[in-house]
Design a protein around this ligand. Sequence first.
Ligand code: IDP
Ligand code: MG
Length: 174
Amino acid sequence: FLPHLVASMQKMEETYIMIKPDGVQRGLVGEIISRFEKKGFKLTGLKLFKCPQELAEVCALSPCFCSYFCREHYKDLNSKPFFPKLIGYITSGPVVCMAWEGDGVVASARKLIGATNPLQAEPGTIRGDLAVQTGRNVVHGSDSPENGKREIALWFKEGELCEWTPAQAPWLLE
Ligand code: IDP
Ligand code: MG
């Protein structure tokens, strides 16, 4: 059991997974979380995020303060023609923000999620099973360990992440 305690004390690779507003509105939160949970990754951060009520007036002005997080999150895409629609989509309702940890979690989560266009995503993947359009593809996953760290730091405040050792650790990792 000692190696597992040591392993759990070292920071493993982490990724930022976000259930987009369509995933929340369609009641897919439990289904999506369970895919990562069953795979064996460790959940270290989880919250529902929506524009706080007290900011609603400020958000009537442009650019909306609440869109700060997704503008920053998708800053590499800000010259794309679909960028304004993308920001409108991501800010259209509550999102579920998650941090997941594990060996190779970034690439593995991208496989579990499937291709950007859900019609090209393989059956068995989240997008392949649960979505039909690129503009409504229910979930986000970081594309590199660096972006995983960057996105977790963007969406989570200090103290919101939880370090813990799952009871199943010795049954997942030899
Ligand atoms: P990814 O989410 O699979 O990493 P990216 O290319 O990083 O895909 O694009 C980010 C998100 O922007 C996509 O998940 C999707 O919601 C949206 N998006 C990407 N390309 C298009 C498009 O051509 N039309 C509309 N939305 C798009
Ligand atoms: Mg991406």
